[in-house]
Design a protein around this ligand. Structure first.
Ligand code: NAD
Ligand code: 6OD
Length: 490
């Protein structure tokens, strides 16, 4: 990774340290051990990266035919797959997530994100209009899609490679150059991708990475930089608010994938085992650190007790452990800081009178792992809907389960939140499923499924869960601008 365990910036095709030598520690969430040091970027690194990106747009990348860009993006995907184990090791080191999870989701999607958008850009439909001109002649209008220019990509830590490439893939497919600001918690795979870019021949300056922190640091400098033409961001709603203010200077477009407090709704007529399985994944996968996760579960009263018991058994069957161990069912949270936040909600739930069905604390770990950010998968019942545990995004392996008595009640309670990312509904009544899909205030509604992704579909959140949709041709709306060309030919 450029310099042993040091994570350097990747600017203009080269791995570089910070101008002043600043760096910070990267620690393992599994045991707290030191993984390495990360270059801490500031204004100088952001300036250099944006300048490199602008230069790339004026260079070979700017004039490159789409067919060649497509070939290069396919090569990026192939090279990620060829170096699958390196990406897996880097992702697992930074996040502590089980290898079984990262090898099925994070790394394959990291590669797929380049192929899917290469395919999209090959097949962009064109619009043409013939018109009569005032002088009795004729003109043809056609529209072309042009890149925005330099796109800032600001990323979170929960699915680092997957979420970064979900933005970098379409941005490059559309002919932009990018400056990525990975999360300070997860520098590994973004850095490794720099090696891939060089190996396959992506021109220098097209893909740049500046490491560092957010407020008053690399993240803020990047989003406020006048040389940036568009900003795509995944992270907390509060951070999105700050970035939107930065984007206002220069009137730059934003695409935001933000926080959520997603509901799961389980009807008594659902396939019980499938519903338990789906809600268990939605609540506990990736140690609950998935924006699409379900922290509020509403279960129809006749099956409420049985469902709570079955989910409890699932939670208690998830063994925490080393990522490489195939028996590991759940990894640690990303950091001690995040663990303190999650545990504060575990305390709040008790204070608000919750029944703790299972969990609620820190698991007993072997001595070698006690320095990690472990928490128990946790289930509560009995909380009032006004509790902060029900209202606020926790981003941990936990959920509250409440009974409901009617479809109207379930929809009303699911919608009673400032967020609107997704919902997962479990029922065998398809009429009801379609009705709910029309009434639920979210960007993504899963029926008898969860996190089932076709990358051609629009992805994004309603209300405070985001702005815009990405995925398939929808990504073109953000990563390109339409230019109309009017040709008077007669
Ligand atoms: P975060 O908002 O704290 O940080 C995300 C990124 O923003 C980091 O790179 C950080 O350094 C940077 N940042 C922070 N403050 C900034 C500022 N003022 N200016 C510019 N950059 C700044 O989020 P996180 O804790 O890394 O990730 C967890 C959050 O992300 C959760 O809220 C989760 O719901 C959300 N998320 C949403 C989606 C989605 O698709 N909707 C996907 C994944 C994660
Ligand atoms: O699957 C995706 O494309 C996507 N953006 C997933 C987001 C997961 C949130 O943690």
């Amino acid at each position: 990774m450029a310099d042993g365990k040091d994570f350097l910036h990747f600017i203009d095709g080269r791995f570089v340290a910070s101008a002043g030598g600043g760096r910070f520690e990267n620690r393992s969430p599994v045991d707290g051990s030191l993984i390495g040091h990360v270059a801490e970027g500031g204004g100088a690194e952001v300036d250099a990266a944006v300048a490199a990106a602008r230069a790339a747009l004026r260079g070979p990348w700017g004039g490159m035919p789409v067919a060649r860009r497509v070939e290069l993006l396919y090569a990026v995907a192939d090279e990620i797959n060829r170096r699958f184990d390196d990406f897996l090791a880097a992702e697992v080191a930074d996040t502590g997530k089980p290898v079984s999870l990262a090898s099925h989701i994070d790394i394959p999607r990291g590669a797929a994100n380049f192929k899917i958008f290469a395919d999209v850009i090959k097949n962009v439909p064109a619009e043409t209009f013939e018109m009569a001109t005032p002088d009795g002649g004729q003109a043809l209008n056609y529209s072309i899609r042009v890149p925005r220019g330099v796109v800032a990509v600001v990323c979170p830590w929960n699915l680092p490679l997957l979420l970064m490439t979900w933005k970098v893939g379409p941005a490059l497919a559309c002919g932009n150059a990018v400056v990525v600001k990975p999360s300070e918690e997860t520098p590994g795979t973004a850095t490794l991708l720099g090696e891939v870019m060089n190996k396959v021949g992506i021109p220098k300056g097209v893909y740049n990475v500046v490491h560092g922190f957010g407020p008053g640091a690399a993240g803020e400098f990047l989003t406020a930089h006048p040389g940036v033409n568009a900003i795509t961001f995944t992270g907390e709603t509060r951070t999105g608010t700050a970035i939107m203010k930065a984007a206002a200077g220069g009137v730059r477009p934003v695409s935001f994938e933000l926080g959520g407090k997603n509901a799961g709704i389980v009807f008594a007529d659902a396939d019980f085992e499938a519903a338990v399985d789906g809600i268990s994944r939605a609540a506990f996968a990736n140690c609950g650190q998935v924006c699409l996760g379900t922290e509020r579960v509403y279960v129809e009263r006749p099956i409420f007790e049985k469902f709570v018991g079955a989910l409890k058994a699932r939670a208690e069957g998830m063994r925490p452990g080393l990522p490489q161990d195939q028996a590991t069912g759940i990894g640690p949270l990303i950091s001690q800081e995040h663990r303190a936040k999650v545990l504060s909600y575990y305390e709040q739930a008790r204070a608000d009178g919750a029944t703790v069905v299972t969990g609620g604390g820190v698991p007993q770990m072997p001595p070698a792992l006690t320095g990690g950010s472990w928490v128990q998968p946790t289930i509560w019942t009995g909380l009032p809907e006004s509790s902060a545990v029900i209202r606020e995004e926790i981003f941990g392996p936990c959920c509250h389960i409440a009974p409901f008595d009617s479809e109207d009640e379930a929809v009303q309670r699911a919608n009673d939140t400032p967020y609107g990312l997704c919902t997962t509904v479990w029922t065998s009544n398809l009429s009801r499923a379609h009705r709910i899909a029309g009434r639920i205030e979210v960007g993504l509604c899963w029926i008898n499924s969860w996190f089932l992704r076709d990358l051609r579909t629009p992805f994004g959140g309603s209300k405070q869960s985001g702005i815009g949709r990405e995925g398939g041709v929808h990504s073109l709306e953000f990563y390109t601008e339409l230019r109309n060309v009017c040709v008077k030919y007669a």
